[in-house]
Every structure is written in C-alpha cells, then in structure tokens.
Design a protein around this ligand. Structure first.
Ligand SMILES: NC(=O)c1ccc[n+]([C@@H]2O[C@H](COP(=O)([O-])OP(=O)(O)OC[C@H]3O[C@@H](n4cnc5c(N)ncnc54)[C@H](OP(=O)(O)O)[C@@H]3O)[C@@H](O)[C@H]2O)c1
Length: 223
C-alpha cells in the first residue's frame, strides 16, 4: 500500500518513519518544492514528492500540516481517496481562528466539507509526536498504547484501524466524524498516551466533562 503524508514536520516525520518501518511505501510532501526535504525523507525510508504527485499516487493520504492551511488542500484531486485527518487547531501556529474553534463542529467535519467527495477519518491526532515515536510497539505487546479513530463509514474505519495497528498502536473507535471533537484540544483525550481501556474511559467521560457540556449545549442551541 502506498501511503501519502502531507506535512514533513514533527508529526509527519514520525509517521513517515513508523510507516516505512511497517513496510508501507511512503510519499511525503511539503507546501512547495520537495527538494529541501528529499534527503531527510530518504533517510526515513520515504520519497519526497509534490502534493499533486502524492495525491495522484497514494492509496491513502495522511494530513499532517497545520490545520489553518486545510483550504489549500486539492479537493478535486482528493475526491474518492481515504484521507486521515491528524490535524488539530493550535492557536500558536494557526493564529486566532474562530472558524476552527466552533464547538458545534469538529474540525474534521470542516476538512470533510472542504474535501467534498474524499473519505475523511480523524486519526493519529491526539498523541504527541514524541510519544508516537517512543511508544510504538508490535501487536499484543504489554503496555501498548491506543489511538482513537472517528469516522462516518465502517469500511474506512476498519482500514484506518489496520494502519494504526501496523504503525504500533491499538485502534479505538470513537464514533462518527462529529465525535472527533472528543479528541481535540480541550478534551481529556487530547494528548492521551494511554492504553485502550483508559482511552475508552476518557471518551466515555467526554459528555460529562466541562468541554463536553459546552459542546452539547452549543450543538443543542444550534438546533
Ligand atoms: N506535533 C505534534 O505532536 C502533533 C501531534 C498530533 C497532531 N499534530 C497536528 O499535526 C499537524 C502538523 O503539526 P506539526 O507539529 O508536525 O507541524 P510542523 O512541525 O510545523 O510541520 C508542518 C508541516 O506541514 C507542511 N505544510 C504547511 N503548509 C502546508 C501546505 N499547505 N501543504 C503541504 N504541506 C504544508 C510544512 O512544510 P513547509 O512549511 O515547509 O511547506 C511542514 O512540513 C498540525 O495540525 C498539528 O496540530 C501535531
């Protein structure tokens, strides 16, 4: 399977290494000319290409760029593709953006609305890159950590779950794409570097948490 990773920074680089180690063919892109990242990606076992080439040639695409840039993603070319949204709203890099911070809508739903026709699943977003680097373990190893997945289609969730497992983590289904808000900054699961049972407890507790109550009220008031 050919995996494309858009974004070659902290998260993109760790995911590149994990996926290449797991036997995936990995293509990686930044916003412009891929030449400046070519040697670094080659050392990680991947190939640096343009975004257009990556989208064209990949079976699945991971979004590991700043969320604030999501509208730069090529919606038409991504039509029909499985897209893993690993992005979060982070004001320090994205600036103050009320459109990315609306409790009525998970940010993955915004990405899905832009990538009309793509199959967007939220995954690989809540664990810090250093933890992803340190905690990846083969299936069945003790103290294996978990990664939550939110998506609207069971086939896509299953496919992403296999990828998460291949990268070294236990997949945990969080619900539909709207439930991706349970993984965003402000939720207990954001930053979680825990096993599947603990992650499940965090997700189950979301709607009685302070953030969950704000989200529920905002969604109820929006009709
Ligand atoms: N850091 C973490 O621990 C972590 C964990 C989970 C999720 N995330 C999320 O992952 C995303 C990336 O975080 P990061 O910490 O890896 O950021 P980062 O280190 O700043 O890297 C961002 C990467 O995205 C590329 N990029 C920016 N705009 C782009 C565009 N329009 N098209 C293609 N590539 C573009 C940048 O390349 P150029 O600027 O050179 O083009 C750079 O390679 C964020 O949404 C973040 O919330 C981060």
């Amino acid at each position: 399977m050919k995996l494309g990773i858009i974004g070659a920074g902290r998260l993109g680089s760790v995911l590149t290494r994990l996926a290449a180690s797991a036997g995936y063919r990995v293509l990686v892109a930044r916003s412009g000319d891929p030449a400046p990242i070519a040697a670094r990606m080659q050392a990680l076992g991947a190939e640096a290409v343009s975004v257009d080439t990556l989208v064209d040639e990949s079976d699945a695409v991971i979004l590991a760029l700043p969320l604030g840039n999501y509208r730069m993603l090529p919606a038409e070319a991504l039509r029909g593709k499985l897209v893993l949204d690993a992005m979060n709203y982070w004001w320090a890099s994205d600036g103050i953006r009320d459109d990315l911070n609306d409790p009525r809508t998970s940010t993955s739903e915004l990405v899905q609305a832009h990538l009309d026709g793509a199959r967007v699943v939220k995954a690989l977003s809540h664990m810090g890159y250093q933890d992803l680097e340190d905690e990846a373990r083969p299936t069945g190893m003790p103290e294996r950590k978990a990664i939550a997945i939110a998506g609207d289609h069971s086939d896509d969730i299953e496919q992403v779950a296999r990828l998460v497992d291949d990268l070294g983590f236990d997949p945990v289904a969080a619900g539909p794409l709207s439930a991706g808000i349970m993984l965003e900054p402000g939720a207990e699961a954001f930053g979680a570097d825990v096993a599947a049972t603990q992650l499940r407890d965090m997700l189950d507790g979301f709607w009685t948490s302070q953030r969950g109550i704000i989200v529920a009220r905002a969604r109820a008031n929006s009709g």
